[in-house]
Design a protein around this ligand. Structure first.
Ligand code: HEC
Length: 171
């Protein structure tokens, strides 16, 4: 009988330890954190921190971001004024860039979002976006214009020139 109670006690202690370590894993493991942007993630970007205003051609840009047109102004905003921690922007960081000209012939919105969760290890987990003027995610051929390799990898390809600064030029 004594033996029976002893093993019951050992089993219950084992259960308690097992359960408590389990719940700890679920709440604190950084690998399970992920920020998946949606149509509501960008709309108020003009009230975020404006970190850069550029105008005129830039050899780094080529024709991207309408940068070859000297009348175009390119403005970059960042949500919550996030900064790098140990070289990388935190999960949930959002940057939006607006290229426009006075004639109104250029009005382009692009964004990058730190998604995390090993979404895109070669591109430091950034997801790339084209936006509509109202901040919703643009659609092309019935598909949302988002992803690790948006525009056949052109976004991440060019931004990897600044890989050492976590793919971000303006901050
Ligand atoms: C040929 C190079 C090139 C390509 C392609 C390119 N970018 Fe950029 N991007 C830049 C440069 C350079 C800047 C710095 C700001 C400036 O001078 O306009 C920039 C800035 C940005 C910013 C502001 C944050 C930062 O890094 O400064 C965002 C957001 C952005 N680009 C998104 C995109 C997206 C989305 C795509 C693809 C649809 C894309 N870019 C394609 C060169 C490029």
């Amino acid at each position: 009988m004594k033996k029976y109670y002893l093993s019951l006690l050992i089993i219950s202690i084992g259960l308690i330890i097992g359960l408590s370590s389990c719940s700890k894993d679920n709440t604190s493991s950084p690998l399970t954190q992920e920020f998946i942007a949606d149509d509501n993630s960008f709309g108020d970007f003009m009230s975020w921190q404006l970190i850069k205003t550029n105008q005129g051609p830039d050899p780094l840009l080529g024709t991207a971001h309408a940068g070859n047109d000297s009348t175009v102004t390119r403005k970059t905003y960042i949500k919550n004024n996030q900064d790098r921690v140990n070289g990388s922007f935190p999960i949930g960081t959002i940057l939006v860039k607006h290229s426009s000209n006075p004639a109104g012939t250029v009005n382009e919105f692009t964004a990058m979002v730190k998604r995390g969760n090993n979404f895109n290890p070669n591109g430091n987990d950034w997801e790339w976006f084209m936006l509509m003027p109202d901040g919703t995610i643009a659609t092309k051929d019935g598909m949302k214009t988002r992803g690790a390799n948006l525009m056949n990898g052109m976004c991440v390809g060019c931004h990897s020139a600044n890989k050492i600064k976590d793919f971000v030029f303006s901050k």
